[in-house]
Every structure is written in C-alpha cells, then in structure tokens.
Ligand binder design. Structure first.
Ligand code: ADP
Ligand code: MG
Length: 682
C-alpha cells in the first residue's frame, strides 16, 4: 500500500481548512496527490544569447542599462517604462508595463537580468521580471502548475516543496529495480525531485522519461493482464468446425488467397478452435480482402453448429456485404439474412423467430443487430466491420448476445500501431499486410478547381472505355443544408455535361434506404455510370468496374478518409485513377495532398495522418477509446510505449511476476484496478 495516499494535505504545516479547499478544487486531497500534481511547463531562467531567441519566445537575458528609464502614463492606471539594454553586442529595448516603481531602482550602466517575451521585429523585450546585479538564481527552471481561483503557483510550489521535504522517504517505488537499471531511469523519489525542483533541463528530461515509462507500463500491464485473462478463461467457445468443409469453401473461391490472408485465417481459426474467448483486431489495408476472410470464418462457425453475425456501420454496406456473403455462402447451404432498420413489422417478426430457432445461420446488419428483441439461438462468432465507428458499449452489447462468442473487429483502414496498442491494447492483432497480386497501383493526381474542364474530359475518356466514376463531395459539418446543396450542385453540373451519353446518379444521406439501395444497385449494374455522392460511399463499397474517383475539396478530408475513398477504385483489373480537386490554404492541407500522391500504402498514410492530426482527432471526436495520459504522449513517446508493452506482456506471462516479492507493488496496482476480478475496462 502507498502510505502517502492515506495522508491528507492537512498534515502539512500551514495547510488549514481554507488551503485544503483550494487544493481540493484541483483534485488534490492527499500528500500523494500533491506530489503527483505535475508541472505542465517550466519558467526558463537560463540566460540566453539574444541572437538565439525566437520571435515571441519567453527568455531571460542579461545586459547593461544604456539609457535612463523613460516612464510614461496612458489611461488612468496604465504605464510603460522603457530603457535601452546592451546585451552581448546588441542594443535592444526593454519594456515594462504597469510597474512604474521599478524606475527608481534602475541606474545607468548597471547590470540587470530581465525575463520576458522577445519581439524579434521590434528588437523589444516585454519584460515581467528582473534581477539586479546578476544575482545568481538557485534554480534555472521553476515549475509552473495549473491553478484555479485563488490557488496560485506560488502556493503550489511552497506546499509541494514542503510535502517533498517531509515525506520523500515515504515515496513508493512501484517499478522493479531491474527496469530502473536497464533503462537508466531515476527512482521515483529522485524523479519527483527532478520534476518539481529541477537543477537543469537534463533533470527535467530524466524525470520525464521515468514517468512516461511508468505511465505506459501501468497502462499496458492492465491491458496485457486483461488479454491474458481473456485468453485463459476457458468459458469461450471451442468451435469444432469442419476443416474439410472449410477447405472446400476456400478452394471454391474464384481466386487464391494471398499469403497474408492465409496467415490471418489460420490465426483466427486457431482462436476459434480453442476454448479461449477470442478478442481480436483484424487490420488490413483497403482492398486487402477482409470480406472474404470474414466469409471463411463465418462459414467455419456455421459448420461448427453455431450462428454468426456481421455488424457494419451503414445500410449500404450491410446490403452489399449481405449480397456478397449470400453469393458466397448459399451454395454451401448457409442461410444468410439481412437485418436493417427497413426490415419492419411482420417481416421482422418472422426473421426474429427464424433467428431464435437457428433457421438463420448468418445475420448481417447495422446497429439494428444490437436491439433488444434480436435473439440468437447460439451466437458463436461476431464480426464487426469498420469497427472504430462503433462505440465500446455497442461492441459489448453485441458480444453479450451470445454466450461468450468469439469476437473479431475489422478496421476499414490501418490504424497506426501506437494507437492500436493503446486503444485496442487488450486485443490480439492480425494484420493483412499484402494486397492481392495483379492489382495496378492507382494513379493519383492533385488538380486545382480551375482545371475542372480537363478533369471532365478525362472522365469522358474513361467512360468511353466502358468504365464508371465516383464524384465525391465533402461533408460541410456546420450545415447539412449546405452539404446537400453542394452535392446537388455538382450533380446538376455533371448531368449537364454528361447527358444524354451517360447516366449520372445521386447519393446522399437524406435519401431513404430504398432510394439508396436503388442507386447503389444501379451503379453496381452499370445502369449508372457516374455516381455523385457524399461520403456515404466511403466505407467498403465494392464496384470493380469503377476506375475513376474524383474528390471535390479534397483538403477537407482527413488522410485516412481520402485513402479509404481512393480504395473504392482499383478493385478490378483496369488501371484506375484518383483525382483530388483542391486548393489547400494550409500547410497541413498541402502535406496531406502530397502524401496522397506519393504513397498508396495505408499503413504509411495512417502514420502520417496521426502525425498531422494528433491522437485525439484520429478516430474522430466520438468515443475514441483512447486513455488520457498525464505525461506520456503516444506519438512523441512511441518508443517508450513499445518497450512498455513488450515488458508488460512478458511480465504477466511470467511466473515470477505473480509470485516474486519484486513485483508486489505492481500486483497491488493491478488488484486495485479491478482487472483481476474480471471487470472489463473501457
Ligand atoms: P477490403 O479489405 O477493403 O474489405 P474486399 O474484401 O472488399 O477488401 O476485397 C476487395 C476485392 O478484392 C474484392 O473484389 C475481392 O473479391 C477481391 N479479393 C479478395 N481477396 C482476393 C485474392 N486473394 N485475390 C484476388 N482478389 C481478391
Ligand atoms: Mg471491407
């Protein structure tokens, strides 16, 4: 146990009821809380050479006063005090606002140290602090803490200092000695000192390294423990599937599986065969052939006598998956059904009855799958496609529909590894890292809006060869109305240009399910040659004859989304093209478009996307599933994250960890987290 977590801040001298309330306002109750209240930045009092300072940088410089200070007032209480300062070989202006009393303390030719914000263009330092006669500071860095109300940084510095002085011997070391040695990390109490009272930037860095590792290790320990518990719990389903039948099914496919597909099919089938409860993430780039993998697994589950479910985020996708699974599985005697919100009344009731008695083997659908009245006879395998659109709780409800069914999550586009091992750290991961052979790389071009005529001519040329084209309009988030207008305008323009030779279809979120279905079917059958659409076609849609993807205002899309959209073409044998229409105004916009033109590797693009967007925005705002770290940064500190994950994995799978005294504190931590009692964490 950690004794400092039991000690109230009251124990500190000078902290009474009033101060306690101030501290509680920022969540500090105990001595432990106080010591773990980390600074978010440091005031840097190292004396700098002015030529090294960046514009707007906060710096400390030293120099001699070259002119008598000039004080002027403006407004009622406002004043400015200026003087010339020679620092190094540079003459600059120093400016103090609203501190008129300083004037009398300054004398010509005196040495002074000033701290403030540097304006490089005006050669002016707007100062807030000063010290005369080069009084050496004891600390070059002073920590700055988040404050609230009457709680000041000064108070925090004082109390933290006192807490540290009184209790540093009681600071609990949670990391095993061997890691401290191996990674050259300072012990916890020393790291605390480095963090709150650093002598120099090196100490700050060392403290940072230690706490980043600690944070990642503790988090990964929970994840890996959870993974181990899942794997070892034998209450999962041991699917006794028919290996011969599964093999026959695979050989009936019109193509041979890629090596990568074979590898993941084997990994997943091994999970299904075992009594473990499968909890696996399947990653693969756009077009890597995840759907057929899903079909194989669903078929295997059915040959083992249980039912399978496939949950997808949109109705279009549900219908398309239902169609392809129907074609693939029906010849093998599998009964496939599609449940969407448009299945209603009597039809729905009938379907539910069939499902409950096991007359439906594989059910495909949207969120409709997780409604209360949907009951399976024996749900054995759940696959969710494009899973990061589903919230954690929705995933849980679906899983709870069966008796510990095996669960597989498929992603639409690759997730950067750092995010994957954080947001899905408790899962096993399979990766399809290869595209089916014979695919031609999609040629990607970036064009300006002013080049629209040439783009239209290009589309016409492709259409003349019998191909089809998508034209995607962006979602303008603030306004559904504008959105619709946008896609309608483009549709009108395209219709004017291409009629009567070609038919232009229109697709957007405001259409009814039937209307969408009709449009998609029309495009699938080549009754429609040009499909103008919002991003509803983004995920999964498969029309191999489409060879041109035109994206309007491409700078408005994230990289993963652009890649996903581009993945709608290049699905057949023909050369495909992606044309990004964009006049980006920001650096990030330009970088995105450049990246799109340079690579078609989804794993590379996802890393780039993460770099440009940051982890918080990667999954979009909703339910990102990412934990918040106090000090660690998944992107910046990815090496520490990898190391911590590896260590945590080794730890929970070693006997020593569960028995040896060396790891007692880490075990206590796991116990306190509730993981070991089988509580799942979100
Ligand atoms: P995604 O991984 O994006 O969901 P799909 O499953 O939609 O990819 O597959 C894309 C296309 O590739 C489909 O038309 C599918 O039939 C085809 N395909 C899948 N696996 C192979 C393979 N091993 N060889 C050739 N074509 C394949
Ligand atoms: Mg897919």
């Amino acid at each position: 146990m950690n004794p400092l977590a039991q000690l109230s801040v009251d124990e500190l001298k000078g902290v009474g009821a009033e101060s306690r309330i101030l501290l509680e306002s920022v969540g500090i109750h105990t001595i432990d809380d106080l010591l773990n209240y980390f600074p978010y930045r440091y005031e840097d009092y190292r004396v700098k050479d002015i030529v090294e300072a960046a514009h707007d940088e906060r710096i400390t410089i030293e120099g001699t006063i070259q002119s008598a200070p000039n004080l002027s007032y403006f407004g009622r209480k406002k004043s400015r005090l200026t003087f010339k300062l020679l620092t190094g070989r540079h003459l600059i202006t120093v400016l103090f606002f609203n501190q008129p009393y300083i004037k009398n303390k300054l004398a010509l030719n005196e040495v002074i140290t000033v701290t403030g914000k540097w304006d490089k263009n005006r050669l002016t330092l707007t100062a807030s602090e000063y010290k005369l006669n080069a009084v050496a500071r004891t600390h070059e860095f002073e920590p700055v803490y988040h404050t609230r109300g009457d709680l000041s940084v000064k108070m925090l510095r004082k109390w933290i200092k006192q807490a540290y002085t009184d209790y540093y011997t009681d600071i609990l070391e949670i990391l095993p000695e061997r890691y401290l040695t191996q990674y050259k990390l300072p012990p916890r109490n020393i790291a605390m000192r480095y963090l709150h009272f650093p002598k120099d930037s090196l100490e700050v860095k060392q403290a940072h390294r230690r706490f980043v590792y600690e944070e990642f290790l503790l988090f990964q320990l929970k994840m890996q423990a959870l993974r181990k518990i899942n794997r070892e719990s034998s209450n999962g389903k041991a699917h006794a599937f028919d290996n011969g039948k599964v093999k026959d099914f695979i050989s009936s496919l019109p193509f041979e599986l890629t090596d990568a597909q074979k590898k993941v099919v084997n990994e997943i089938l091994a999970d299904m065969r075992s009594p473990y409860r499968m909890n696996r993430l399947l990653q693969g780039d756009v077009g890597s052939g995840k759907t057929v993998v899903a079909a194989i697994l669903l078929y295997a589950a059915v040959t083992a006598g249980s039912q399978g479910a496939l949950m997808v985020p949109t109705e279009i996708l549900a219908e398309q998956h239902a169609n392809s699974l129907y074609d693939l599985l029906t010849p093998f005697g599998v009964k496939v059904a599609l449940l969407t919100s448009s299945v209603k009344g009597k039809r729905r009731k009938e379907m539910m009855e069939l499902l409950a008695v096991g007359e439906i083997d594989v059910l495909i659908g949207t969120h409709a799958l997780i409604q209360k009245d949907v009951n399976f006879k024996d749900l054995g395998l759940v696959i969710t496609d494009e899973q990061h659109r589903f919230g954690v709780s929705q995933r849980r409800i679906l899983r709870d529909k069966g008796e510990s069914p095996d669960v597989l999550f498929m992603t639409a586009t690759p997730i950067p590894r750092t995010l994957a091992i954080t947001a899905f750290g408790e899962m096993d991961v399979s990766i399809i890292d290869q595209l089916p052979s014979g695919r031609k790389a999609i040629e990607t071009y970036w064009a300006k809006h002013s080049m629209l005529n040439r783009i239209l001519q290009f589309m016409e040329k492709e259409l003349a060869k019998g191909r089809q084209a998508y034209v995607i309009c962006p979602l303008i988030e603030e306004s559904e109305k504008l959105d619709l207008q946008n896609v309608l305008d483009v549709h009108t323009a395209m219709t004017q240009y291409f009629t009567p030779k070609y038919t232009v279809g229109l697709m957007h979120g405001k259409l009814s399910a039937d209307e969408k279905d009709e449009v998609m079917r029309g495009f699938g059958k080549n009754d429609i040659q040009i499909l103008v659409s919002t991003t509803v076609v983004e995920v999964g849609v498969n029309v191999p004859n489409a060879s041109v993807m035109v994206i309007y205002d491409a700078e408005r899309f994230g990289l993963s989304q652009l890649h996903q959209l581009r993945g709608r073409v290049g699905r057949g044998a023909e050369q495909s093209y992606c044309i990004l229409i964009a006049d980006p105004k920001t650096e990030v916009g330009i970088e995105r478009l450049t990246a799109m033109c340079e690579t078609s590797d989804g794993f590379v693009l996802s890393e780039k996307d993460l770099e440009l967007r940051g982890p918080g925005d990667f999954f979009g705002s909703k339910q990102s599933g990412l934990p918040e770290f106090k000090m660690a940064d998944m992107v910046h500190d990815y090496r520490a994250l990898e190391t911590a994950r590896k260590d945590a994995d080794e730890l929970v799978n070693s006997r020593e960890f569960w028995e040896s005294e060396e790891f007692a504190h880490l075990r206590d931590y796991l116990n306190a987290s509730g993981i070991l009692e089988g509580e799942k964490l979100d």
